[in-house]
Design a protein around this ligand. Structure first.
Ligand code: SF4
Length: 147
């Protein structure tokens, strides 16, 4: 997926508008949120808002499900492979107690126990979470690590 403008990350669309713009049913988007595949922007009212880049992310998830034959658990496992500890350069001590480092089935942002570097970071804005927005696919990202 490409991210070319700052505005594309601004959360402005409601769930219903996001469904219309993405062509993905509201109940599916809710499921992706529940399963931790996408983190919507939360307003103070607790309402979810989405940006253009979130819509691209939703379409990517939808494509993995409907064209590539993955299921939700498969996508979660794929995202769990992203080496957040290397990207964020966590120390060996931090890794010891970080659930994100040890889980092979959930993406790091779903971890209940995170290292100190992550505890106060908004995952929605983290480079690790945004990898699927900034690369055509997860493998393209791996190619940057191991050419
Ligand atoms: S801040 Fe969140 S998304 Fe980033 S590495 Fe930590 S847990 Fe993962």
């Amino acid at each position: 997926m490409e991210n070319s403008s700052v505005e594309s990350t601004t959360p402005v669309y409601t769930l219903s508008t996001t469904s219309t713009l993405s062509g993905i049913p509201v109940h599916s988007i809710r499921q992706y949120i529940d399963k931790g595949l996408i983190i919507p922007f939360k307003k103070e009212s607790n309402r979810n808002l989405f940006s253009q880049i979130d819509i691209l992310r939703l379409k990517y998830i939808h494509k993995l499900l409907n064209e590539y034959g993955l299921n939700i658990a498969g996508i979660s496992t794929l995202l769990a492979l992203i080496p957040c500890w290397a990207i964020r350069e966590c120390s060996a001590k931090e890794r010891e107690t970080c659930q994100a480092y040890h889980s092979d089935v959930n993406p790091c942002w779903e971890a209940s126990e995170k290292g100190t570097l992550c505890k106060n970071t908004n995952c929605r804005e983290c480079d690790v979470y945004r990898i699927v927005e900034n690369y055509a696919d997860v493998k393209s990202f791996f190619k940057t690590l191991i050419p």
